[in-house]
Design a binder for this molecule. Structure first.
Ligand code: ADP
Ligand code: MG
Length: 608
């Protein structure tokens, strides 16, 4: 086969190819035009669309305008006023910089720019009909810029066909405009669809007020403002109480230096901060504005600039995680509760600190290679055998002596109002509270208490463990044996010793004293099965959570277990000593609250 000649593509085709990347649908045009208006310093931006943007998109701003001499260049590819020197690429503070948007849009539509700078008496207009650009002409117009885009994709039938109905395209536009508007309270935005006003976001002095415009009104009571910074990174925004988390990430918005972004590290940090407070798979409501030095981030990794690359994503992850977690821990998260004043800082044991302390003591996790070499021996592992006397008493968790299990709180426990509670259906506790009554799920609460107490215990050393007289042997797959080796160090901290026992089995040699009601082999089997099905995250901190969850869940009293009055009292007393007692480690609430006001309302006693 003969080679075909290489052609230099004509500009019109180059632009159309670029448009394929940047302009997916009418909302993409709105994004580019509104970003340009923001970059131009506008304080009022009006977006008018017809037929979901397919026949007309018009964006009008009161920004600095485009000088008539530059109008032709505005439609030229790779033409921008936002990079003046090469170095500017590494110091980007504007939304745009690629100089591609208007050229792309012009190549796939009938477009017009009308613009006037303040030093001129007249405005000038220029047309671009699918790549054919007119000369600028004087025309009447205000200071600022209007860009009209008609008949989008008139020459790209494939794209045109791919567009959804008007209502859907309108929906994308409204969402895009909302997203762009959130970090700019200093700019007013309006949206008109088919001559009807559909969105109006006036200029506001309080940035939080603008952020909240993205959430339904009923969310507003359940929000917490957030602000944290380290030497270089600044995180601001609002986060929602755990109960606002939803199966889709609809109420989550992330910004970097004013630019909307998607970032899986930051999303992960948010999820982690809410771990144990929301059900798994739910997305917390959070709007975060991150400000970092432009030199610490590469925004030039994606044509639509939705994705960015951080120089140090770990640091951002850490700051987001710790600031949200701190905010949540300092707040009363009981559903339906009105927010109480924060507990004094000293009363709270910081989860972050506890975890940090725990990992400082942890021996490095052994690699699989070591496991094979060492024959998986962990003799002299430091696990205390039968040293524990404190944990021996049978159901230790609720007996008064079990205070040894509690985190030995350095802080003084909050004074408890004398609480009387009754157990209903052997599953629920109903107790009087300061301002009404609470209904407690006994299993969920006990599980949470156990979890927090175990975590606190771990900061002081390995859990007390009991060497088993006869090892419990379980069948295990090669993958499970390998995994047992990988998590060996962590298991040892938890008082669990597992060794290889022939090519297809494992032996549990030691097990935590307080889990004595459980069958050790079963517990390990379940853990490794979860790991094999990749339900476990083998990252240290997360794995620790998972195993503690499992322990707490299994050791906790169950629904259906009758409790003595002393046991009820012990359980309630410890409720106030642990963090996050409002939710069990799986994120379900432990406690529901009914205030006297609610009751009066329900019984229609208001007014008496
Ligand atoms: P970029 O925004 O990446 O620079 P665009 O193709 O979006 O590229 O715009 C090209 C240039 O046109 C911009 O750099 C800017 O100088 C000018 N421009 C576009 N829209 C506006 C506007 N609304 N107001 C003022 N200048 C604008
Ligand atoms: Mg632009």
């Amino acid at each position: 086969m003969n080679p075909r000649p290489i052609n230099q593509l004509p500009a019109s085709l180059v632009n159309r190819i670029a448009a394929g990347e940047v302009i997916e649908r009418p909302a993409s045009v709105v994004k580019e035009l509104v970003e340009n208006a923001i970059d131009a310093g506008a304080t009022q931006i009006r977006v008018e669309i017809e037929d979901g943007g397919t026949t007309l998109i018009r964006v009008t701003d009161n920004g600095h305008g485009i000088p008539p001499g530059d109008l032709g260049l505005a439609f030229a590819p790779h033409a921008t006023s936002k990079l003046q020197t090469d170095e500017d690429l590494f110091n980007i503070l504007t939304m745009g910089f690629r100089g591609e948007a208007l050229a792309s849009i012009g190549s796939v539509s009938h477009s017009r720019i009308l613009s006037r700078v303040s030093s001129d008496d007249a405005a000038y207009e220029i047309f671009n009909r699918g790549g054919a650009i007119s000369d600028p002409q004087a025309a009447p117009g205000n200071i600022g810029t209007t860009i009209e885009v008609r008949n989008l994709f008139f020459n790209v039938p494939a794209r045109r066909k791919f567009l959804k109905g008007q209502a859907t395209e309108y929906g994308h536009i409204a969402e895009m405009l909302q997203r762009l508007a959130l970090p700019h309270p200093e700019v007013g935005f309006t949206l008109m669809h088919n001559n009807r006003s559909t969105m109006n976001l006036p200029v506001v002095a309080d940035p939080v007020e603008r952020l909240l415009s993205a959430w339904p009104d009923e969310f507003h009571e359940q929000r917490l403002p957030l602000e944290a910074r380290d030497a270089e990174i600044w995180v601001r925004g609002v986060i929602g109480l755990p109960e606002l988390a939803r199966p889709v990430a609809k109420y989550q918005y992330l910004y970097l230096n004013g630019r909307p972004i998607r970032d899986k590290y930051i999303q992960h940090a948010i999820r982690e901060a809410y771990r144990g407070l929301t059900e798994p798979g739910r997305h917390p409501a959070a709007i975060l504005l991150l400000t970092v030095p432009p030199t610490d981030v590469d925004v030039n990794v994606h044509p639509t600039k939705f994705e960015v690359r951080f120089k140090d994503s770990g640091r951002i992850h850490g700051l987001v995680l710790s600031s949200i977690r701190e905010r949540l821990l300092g707040s009363d998260l009981t559903p339906n509760a009105t927010l109480r004043a924060d507990a004094p800082a000293a009363e709270r044991m910081d989860m972050q600190e506890k975890l940090a302390a725990f990992f400082k003591q942890m021996p490095p996790v052994m690699s699989t290679g070591n496991l094979q070499d060492s024959g998986f021996g962990i003799q002299g592992s430091g696990i205390q055998s039968e040293t524990s006397t404190r944990f021996d008493s049978a159901p230790p968790i609720l007996s008064p002596q079990s205070s040894a299990l509690s985190p030995n709180p350095t802080p003084e426990p909050r004074a408890l109002t004398a609480i009387s509670a009754i157990q209903l259906h052997n599953s629920y506790l109903v107790a009087e509270s300061d301002d009404g009554l609470v209904i407690i799920d006994q299993h969920a609460l006990h599980e949470r208490i156990m979890f927090e107490e175990l975590l606190a215990r771990l900061t002081r050393g390995p859990l007390e463990s009991q060497r088993l007289l006869i090892p419990h042997v379980i069948e295990a797959s090669a993958r499970q044996i390998e995994m047992a080796g990988q998590i060996q160090a962590l298991l040892m901290k938890l008082g669990i010793e597992v060794t290889e026992f022939g090519p297809t089995s494992l032996a549990v040699q030691a097990f935590p004293s307080f889990l004595e009601r459980l069958e050790p082999g079963e517990f390990i089997r379940e853990l490794l099965e979860k790991g094999e099905q990749e339900l476990l995250d083998l990252h240290e901190e997360e794995l620790l959570h998972e195993v503690l969850d499992m322990m707490a869940c299994k050791a906790a009293i169950k629904a259906g277990d009758p409790l003595t009055p002393q046991e009820i009292e012990a359980l309630l007393a410890r409720r106030d000593l642990v963090e996050r007692s409002s939710n069990c480690p799986h994120g379900r609430p432990t406690t529901l609250r009914l205030s006297l006001r609610d009751l009066e309302k329900q019984f229609k006693r208001t007014g008496f």
